[in-house]
Design a protein around this ligand. Sequence first.
Ligand code: ATP
Length: 433
Amino acid sequence: MSNVNLDDIVSLAKRRGFIYQGSEVYGGLSGTWDYGPLGVALKRNIMNLWWKMFVEERDDMYGVDAAILMNQKVWQASGHVDTFTDPLVECSNCKSRFREDQIDTKKCPTCGKTGTFSKARQFNMMFKTNVGPIDDEASVSYLRPETAQGIFTNFKNVVDSFYPDLPFGIAQQGKAFRNEISPRDFVFRSREFEQMEIEYFVSPKDWEKQFDAWVKAIHEWCKMLGLPAASVHELEVPASDRAHYSKRTIDFEFDFPHGRHELLGLAYRTDFDLGNIQKSSGKSMEYRPKDGGEAFVPHVIEPSFGVERALMAVLTSAYTEDEVNGEKRIFLKLPTHLAPVKVAVSPLLKNKEVLSKKARAVYADLKKEFGAVMWDDNGNIGKRYRRQDEIGTPYCVTVDFQTLEDNTVTVRNRDTTKQERVKIEKLVGQLSV
Ligand code: ATP
């Protein structure tokens, strides 16, 4: 388990404008979260990094962005309508409902009574809705509980447009919705969240080699998030716990503040998904090898990443407390490429026009170069440093009286708190952003 306290992360996230409770002003809506200005920047940086590593930098990957609402047949064929369920139990005394495998069913966590739980019934986690003005069975649809099906349903389209060599992958990022029985542990288990998924299509002869390559790629991803290798664990899921079609599954677990839990998953799903689509749509999902070999339904390896869990792992890894000049300091030691703000620029004194003017010019130049640059002249310089430390800003640039004489500014490093003087014309080159 991490030695970081979940309450400290939640409190920092709210205080500094990363993540707020959804619909907070009306008392909240359980399992939903809103991202504030810094949260949305951090989330985008994580998602963009993923897209860059797994789509842009590779030549075997194709991106898609499918509709969230899909034909109900998608969810019938995939098995979600029948089996995407969790076991629900209810306390007959206080009526609280829980997911059976998340509690000790001898004693109700809400009212404390013992022996009050009903037998478990299977609760389908999909949010049901109707598409169009008529509320009948034919108009039923669901908010997608995973992004993967929007990939499978576009397999043939991508093959027809691009005719890629096997193995190749299709990647998608986007919202997913699950009516979790008990959302909990901050954004870790939400009802609305974001996924980043890849279906990597392979020949069945080749799946083990490709699976191993994905294990390596996932560790590389964790490293780029700044997660310590010692906090990431591979859990080989035993056959008895795997879906019947899965030949191998590894859950990548992380030491979160609330314990060791799944960060992301990697599964070899054979030809189950494309095979089902072929059967229920009547359309061929076969791939014809370019070397003239026999056509076949490709098998698939699925790395499935959750954005919220990645973000929570990033915050947990970055959250640091130390002591500066005898005072406790909290800072986020974020990798620079993930930091929501790369550089903060301040005049030493707010009410000295001549300093502000010069600082504004430095700010404008850096902003043009790096984009995520913040102007910060609130409070005294010590307070500004603390604030920037808490949001993980790697550099603070300050314009002071010496700047007016020799055109140098101070650059203060978040991790070491050391300051150095740098010529303004050398700033862009010197900041490794
Ligand atoms: P769990 O066992 O924790 O419910 P799962 O095995 O059902 O997760 P998958 O269906 O494999 O999860 O989903 C893939 C990824 O999507 C997970 O590894 C996780 O990162 C993310 N994810 C799934 N459910 C949620 C949720 N309710 N809130 C936030 N992220 C989620």
